[in-house]
Write a protein that binds this ligand. Structure first.
Ligand code: NAP
Length: 302
């Protein structure tokens, strides 16, 4: 089935929390969901940037219902506090774990909690936030937790013994590990949710290769400027890259454990795709969960 944001089911009355909703895929997922009537909670570390994102959405969806929730995913204290706030919401239909980064640095950096910084931001903070937020998802019928995976998992072989790059560091290798972790987490979460009998779902998504220069302009957020032939051929804008995320969050036919990505690997409309075997392995998922509870001090038993 073709899926486009313009044919989203009505989302009126539903609430989506989007981490990193101030830029890129997170911003566009929020804009598309708001257009379909949803309330959007922009969970971000900078309120000024969240205000810019809210104004950009309101410029297109005049009656959009938008909220702000402070969170710096690189800090466990902040991720826990945000999760606790989410747990108090009367409903959360979708928790979109989108915020992500690469350090681009030569040397390994650590978070305030002493974890490798990319892993702390892209994964560990999201594990803690989800663990704390879970009660709100549990009391919302058919709610979903959506992870942002990546094609980087095809390029970076998983090394489960060095997830925090303690033995060797390369910023792209470290980034790839964070995305293996997101795959492992969402798929293990799916197995645990099924075993518990809840109707909460865990769904994966990836945007292909989505770049700012091919993205629709949004004042203060992104100035799309066009790209060279090669990039234009192999990549897409983040407005389009958001579609698999939005499908994962809203497709009524999606089931827990599904994975959506672009039909032509790096670009195109969202279709069902298959995760790389290493990060989808139940053995990896089990071990990752044990490590995640150890790293965060959170006991997450859905
Ligand atoms: N673009 C791609 O081709 C691609 C491919 C595969 C997967 N992904 C994944 O998709 C997600 C979004 O990527 P993107 O391309 O949209 O990135 P982006 O344009 O750089 O936006 C990243 C977002 O994450 C937020 N963020 C970064 N560090 C944070 C922190 N410590 N706490 C809270 N928020 C933080 C940023 O907030 P600020 O506004 O405060 O900076 C921003 O809103 C990431 O998880 C990425 O790994 C992207």
């Amino acid at each position: 089935m073709n899926w486009t944001p313009s044919r989203l089911p009505d989302q009126t009355g539903r609430r989506f929390v989007i981490t990193g909703g101030t830029a890129g895929l997170g911003y566009f997922a929020g804009e598309q969901l708001a257009r379909a009537g949803a309330t959007i909670v922009i969970a971000a570390r900078n309120e000024g940037r969240a205000d810019v994102a809210k104004a950009a959405i309101r410029a297109r969806v005049a009656d959009a219902r938008l909220e702000y929730l402070p969170v710096d995913l690189s800090s466990l204290e902040s991720a826990r506090a945000a999760g606790d706030r989410i747990a108090e919401f009367d409903r959360v239909d979708g928790l979109i774990l989108n915020a992500g980064t690469t350090t681009g640095a030569r040397d390994r950096q650590t978070s305030v909690d002493g974890h490798e910084l990319t892993m702390a931001t892209n994964y560990i903070g999201h594990f803690a936030l989800t663990a704390r937020a879970f009660p709100a998802l549990e009391r919302t019928p058919k709610s979903r937790i959506v992870g942002l995976g990546s094609l980087a998992t095809l390029i970076v072989p998983l090394d489960p013994a060095d997830l925090q790059s303690e033995h060797r560091f390369g910023f792209f290798r470290a980034y790839g590990f964070t995305k293996h972790a997101v795959h492992g987490f969402i798929l293990e979460l799916d197995r645990r949710l099924r075993a518990s009998g809840t109707d909460v779902s865990a769904v994966l998504s990836h945007p292909g290769y989505a770049i700012d220069s091919l993205t629709a302009t949004r004042g203060g957020i992104v100035e799309g400027g066009g790209a060279g032939m090669l990039l234009a051929f192999g990549a897409q804008g983040k407005n389009r890259g958001a579609a698999p995320v939005v499908r994962a969050a809203t497709d009524p036919a999606a089931v827990s454990g599904d994975f959506f990505g672009p039909e032509y690997l790096t670009k195109g409309l969202p279709v069902a795709v298959t995760p790389v075997a290493s990060s989808a392995s139940p053995d990896f998922g089990r071990e990752l969960w044990r490590l995640s509870e150890q790293w965060t001090g959170e006991r997450f038993r859905p």
